[in-house]
Ligand binder design. Sequence first.
Ligand code: FES
Length: 153
Amino acid sequence: WPIATLTLRVNGQAHRLAMDTRTTLLDALRDHLGLTGAKPGCNQGACGACTVLIDGKRMNACLTLAVATQGQEITTIEGLAEGEALHPMQQAFIDHDAFQCGYCTPGQIISAVACIREGHAGSAEEIREFMSGNLCRCGAYPNIVKAVQDVAA
Ligand code: FES
């Protein structure tokens, strides 16, 4: 299979990487860049554990080919904090105990950031609807909604 040299812009930095053209963005982030925040869950677009922002829009990195994201700005959970200061949504997840095992948390937080940015945090119902693609096996949903409402307020 063809190997290509791709330029990926991740969290404000450009990286030139050689990889199989079939590599998903999720595998490129995790295996080529060592950014393991986005998690593999279902690998078929059903769980949201792999959620990242591409040009500000949330996407399932498991369904996106890395080659297709060249020229776009990818933001992962690792890119949200400003130095030592957590992103307000990261802090809100801590403040509201919005996780248990934490496996889904990076994807939840990325979706939560998109939820507010895209104006879907007007009510608990609206937040639940927008976040419905991010599954949590521990059932932390009520506190996730509280965290989003806190940041949206
Ligand atoms: Fe991508 Fe489940 S791993 S949606």
